[in-house]
Design a protein around this ligand. Structure first.
Ligand SMILES: [Cu+2]
Length: 315
């Protein structure tokens, strides 16, 4: 009967079902009574209308019964809610980062993953961090949902208790690609989790350009591809040194994508818009990336175009 995949699901489903059944009984009962009165008390020949005023019995009934029902709803809801705010001491802690428009999960040892892989039957606490605007993390199968707000330490916890893949959604409208802010949680046996974690560790020690790391951690790659495919923003492939047709202050012009152009595009992204792309989708990253970091990113974008052969030789 209860199909949720976490320890918290049953409490939520019970409250939902209880409220649903009461609402269902009432809508049927009230509708039937309405129809009955319309027919039974309709105007008929030779029947006088009667006036009523006050009925202590009715007043008490329709005050006491709803009060009892609402208190029952509260009690059942509370029993489902209270365990959600009591984290077991042995819970594994994972930081869930929400940013436009992706989820990222940071495990201990600062290991990062785009999907949330967890061992079955182990409590996990998700610390919720927003890097830009308000988001909300929702895992329907586990019946957990909490807002992810910049500057506010929110969290949630659960114990997954069924093997399987489940959707993770954002349920706070956060801009153009809000509906694409979808990830996955994979619940696996402990041994498989350990294996996956080792692989994550190995992958994270692979040498990677600092610029690429910055592009990843700042979320740039959610909107700009590295392989030439068109996303919300222009691709980074073949960018450095190319001629860009841009619209600036209402007029079109051609600029070379050099270091100055890349810096302008990061700090003042709406100053020049590449033709065919929309304005005001990107915010300035002047608070998030220092000039030195922009330099490292530029260096990476240059290597992406010029240094491909060289990089392979280095490896
Ligand atoms: Cu979002």
């Amino acid at each position: 009967m209860f199909t949720g995949a976490s320890n918290l699901a049953e409490g939520v489903d019970k409250a939902f079902l209880f409220i649903f059944i009461i609402a269902f009984i009432f809508i049927i009962g009230i509708s039937a009574f309405m129809i009955w009165t319309v027919i039974h008390y309709s105007r008929k020949k030779g029947r006088e209308a009667k006036q009523f005023s006050g009925s202590m019995k009715m007043e008490v009934l329709w005050t006491v019964i709803p009060t009892i029902l609402v208190m029952l709803m509260f009690w059942i809801g509370w029993k489902g809610f209270a365990p959600m705010r009591k984290v077991p001491a042995d819970a594994m802690v994972v930081t869930a980062i929400g940013r436009m428009w992706e989820w990222e999960f940071v495990y201990s040892d600062s290991l990062r993953s785009k999907e949330l892989v967890l061992p079955i039957n182990k409590p996990v606490k998700l610390d919720l961090v927003a890097e830009d605007v308000n988001h909300s993390l929702f895992i329907p199968a586990f019946r957990v949902k909490e807002d992810v707000i910049p500057g506010y330490d929110n969290w949630l916890w659960f114990t997954p208790n069924y093997i399987g893949d489940y959707e993770i959604l954002c349920t706070e409208y956060c801009g153009l690609l809000h509906s694409a802010m979808v990830s996955k949680t994979r619940i696996v046996e402990q041994e498989e989790f350990d294996r996956w974690y080792e692989e994550l560790k190995v992958a994270s020690f692979m040498p990677e350009h600092e610029g690429l790391k910055l592009l990843r951690s700042t979320g740039c790659l959610a909107c700009h591809s590295l392989d030439g495919s068109k996303l919300v923003g222009p691709s980074f492939a073949g960018l450095y040194g190319s001629q860009r047709e841009v619209v600036s202050g209402g007029s079109a012009k051609s600029v070379t994508a050099d270091e100055a152009y890349i810096t302008r595009s990061i700090y003042d992204p709406n100053g020049e818009i590449v033709e065919g792309y929309a304005r005001n989708l990107m915010q300035s990253y002047s608070e998030l990336l220092t000039e030195e970091q922009v330099g490292i990113i530029t260096e990476y974008l240059r290597e992406l175009v010029e240094g491909d052969g060289q990089k392979e030789a280095d490896l």
